[in-house]
Write a protein that binds this ligand. Structure first.
Ligand SMILES: Cc1cc2nc3c(=O)[nH]c(=O)nc-3n(C[C@H](O)[C@H](O)[C@H](O)COP(=O)(O)OP(=O)(O)OC[C@H]3O[C@@H](n4cnc5c(N)ncnc54)[C@H](O)[C@@H]3O)c2cc1C
Length: 310
């Protein structure tokens, strides 16, 4: 559906989508606002947003999209900036894939849409240690695998045992962790959608695990702007340095374009202080990169995923 299409064109296209998605049991929304699906609360709509009912439903959506040569973008929502024109094609949210189960030998299986905070709460209740480093990371477990989310204390790759994928043909396949090369904020996975993750944890003392999680959450509260919408760290840390330190050294803490602002609390966070547009955030990113290049000679790389059209 192109922008500015007449009502008839829109109706015809709507019917095509409906035919294409026939049999999909999950929730389908047309021209869905993605602001409620992103922690930044910024960005245009998804042409079609699908929330598959289960893995089989997800596989059906991916296979149909492939047959029609349509792109599929998966949104967890906490490290993305959706441009103001939104995302054409199919956007998938795994919000309905939220099952967790415990398996033998201290292994947890979590469906892709499970939030990290929920997963960590589940592990605490079962006295399973190994995920405490991730306390306060708001992404889905699938998004955290794809991004190899981490902190100074640990990374997703330390616990991943295997990944269930729906590949680009719509086939379900399980991949062992030793077949997945992980690097800084990236898992080198085949094309497709992460539908679930097995995590190898270890038995621990309930109170100690809970204490560590509370400590890390407290530390985040002091160091990160958690009361304003953001998408976490905007830039990757350059080797042996910190992107926040470089932005601060360039004098840009608090710099603002429109309603997008470099956080006063943590210079590698940008926050939405009102009704920021993606264009504001992108202009601020450009300004920060230029200033850091000038003051320290470092070319900052984006950690944030920028998607969609202007
Ligand atoms: C307050 C705050 C604090 C944060 N702290 C940290 C931190 O300490 N460490 C850290 O690493 N990150 C941090 N983040 C960033 C973010 O939570 C992580 O990057 C997380 O891994 C993103 O997960 P997500 O589900 O939101 O994925 P998204 O941000 O939506 O997606 C990231 C990328 O993964 C892809 N993707 C998502 N799900 C799937 C899937 N199921 N299958 C295939 N591809 C998929 C997307 O298409 C996109 O390309 C923070 C964010 C916030 C807002």
């Amino acid at each position: 559906m192109s922008r500015g299409a007449g009502k008839d064109d829109q109706a015809r296209n709507r019917i095509d989508w409906e035919r294409m998605l026939e049999g999909v049991r999950g929730l389908v929304t047309y021209e869905a606002s993605l602001q409620g699906y992103t922690s930044f609360r910024i960005g245009g709509p998804a042409e079609v947003l699908v929330e598959p009912a289960d893995v089989e439903d997800l596989a059906r959506v991916v296979a149909r999209a492939r047959a029609e040569h349509l792109p599929v973008f998966v949104v967890g929502g906490t490290n993305v900036l959706v441009r103001d024109g939104g995302i054409r094609g199919i956007v998938v949210s795994l919000r309905q894939l939220k099952g967790i189960r415990q398996e033998p030998d201290h292994v947890l299986y979590a469906e892709g849409g499970v939030g990290m905070p929920t997963l960590i709460g589940y592990a605490i209740r079962r006295s399973l240690a190994g995920l405490e480093w991730g306390a306060g990371i708001p992404g889905t477990v699938a998004g955290c695998v794809v991004m190899n989310a981490g902190t100074r204390l640990g990374e997703m790759k330390d616990s991943v045992k295997a990944v269930r994928m729906v590949d680009s043909r719509g086939l379900v396949a399980d991949i062992r962790a030793d077949q997945i090369p992980f690097s800084y904020r990236r898992a080198h996975l085949p094309r497709g959608v992460v539908a679930g993750v097995w995590l190898q944890l270890r038995p621990g003392d309930h109170d100690q695990i809970e204490h560590r999680v509370k400590e890390y959450l407290q530390y985040r509260k002091h160091t990160q702007p958690l009361t304003l919408p953001s998408a976490g760290c905007v830039f990757k840390n350059p080797p042996q340095d910190s992107a926040g330190r470089l932005v601060d050294a360039a004098g840009l803490k608090g710099a603002r374009i429109g309603d997008a602002q470099v956080s006063e609390k943590h210079a590698n966070f940008m926050v939405n202080v009102g009704h920021a547009r993606a264009a504001d955030v992108l202009a601020l990113i450009k300004k920060v990169r230029a200033a850091v290049k000038k003051t320290s000679g470092v070319k900052l790389e984006l950690e944030l995923k920028v998607v969609g059209q202007a």
